[in-house]
Design a protein around this ligand. Sequence first.
Ligand SMILES: [Ca+2]
Ligand SMILES: [Ca+2]
Length: 481
Amino acid sequence: MTHHQVSVKSRWQECLTFSATGDDVSKVISARKWADSPAAFNLRKWENCIMKLKNLTRTLIVVLLAGLVSFGPAVMAVGITVKPSMMDGWNFQLGHLLSGTSTATGGFSLGPGSPPLGAGSVHFTTGLDGNSYAQIRNSDYNGQLLSSLTALSYDTYVAAHHGSVAPYIVLNVDVNGDGVFDPNGGIDDLIFFEPSYQTGQYVPTIPAGQTIPVQNGPVHLSEDATTPTVVTQGVWQHWDALIGGWWSGNYGGQGGPPLTLLSGYLSTLAGLGYSTPRIINADDCLGGVRIISGAGAPVWNDFDGNVDNFTIGINLSDTTYDFEFENLPIAECGVPPQGSGCTVTIGFWKNHAGFTGHNPDLITSLLPISLGSGGGKTIVVTTAAQAVALLGFKGSNGVFDASNGINKLYAQLLAAKLSIAGGADGSAVTATIAAADAFLATKNSGDWKSLSKSQKQAVLGWMSTLESYNSGLIGPGHCDQ
Ligand SMILES: [Ca+2]
Ligand SMILES: [Ca+2]
């Protein structure tokens, strides 16, 4: 590890020679707040310095993730695995640009291919309507100065797209630093780093004269032959947003280019008297650091892609997020993950099947699930849509009837099995499930009216026990508690 530390020190010495202020890291960092004293600091040299440090930082992260502890005196690097049971400040959000019905999905998947870290990644699809969007947002960076960013990078994989789009980064910016986020008031802002614009071909810039580096070049024609691009389908690509081209929602962008470097953006804002723009959350669930796909038909129609290896550095303290698949439902913001062993009700599952505007599909990854112990009239649930129908008392014949006890048993049994598949302890209902499954192997919704009184009581008894389990009265407890 010693040579890493030496390397860090030597790189720091390089940076320090560019510093007008002195001999330790904190002074260099404070010097980067160049907007406060621009005459005292050479920004371009600082950026070159940071770029060199970034390469070293990446090396340190790899070492750290390999299980070896190696901290230099200045650069700190931490690796965090993000998965349903440990979201670590991240939340998914699905929606639609024009407040329509979202066809997007967001979650974790294995692969595709060999992700840059681990075995899995965040998976986004937009569906038929490319104005839909799926994003994952982190709320741990609220209040951080944009000028304190010393790393910002990630990897994308595009399985299907039109033209050249790939998952992009959005930062919520509190331009006037008043702690209130008001992008629609014309002062606060959203800024966008989009891989599709990293071709080096977008001129002029704002302010004029900036050089936006080509990333993942050379520029080539997109797979559908419509667009000069650096985004390539079917491979993992690394993007460095810290040195890349951004566009601003309120300060010169046109829903896309003209582009600016982050340093140029800070310069633009400083020229307007805003010297301390900060990252800001929209609320606790809607973090100010965002990775998103969609929100722009038609180029985002039918998009399918992934994100992994997101690194954000604040004052040379880097955090790298490794997104990983886990066969567990993804918690809503503020709700404990079901992977902790809790249960949820049929209503929760109906609203987390991918058909409501803002919630991800938590069901499909838990299927197939059998209602019945096999053969005969056993139902095998293989799709989220089929699950929603059964959870909604439509029974084996697809006809809504909440007075049919077997329909109600299907709903409670399926909800219980989904919770158990998601990690909840099912021992409190093992016997109930076995009895219900044996019964449902030979009976379905059409048999309800012909059942004997004792058979109906048995069905309603199983249903009631499973309802108690799903609502947390028995078993491991409901996830809201
Ligand atoms: Ca503000
Ligand atoms: Ca990963």
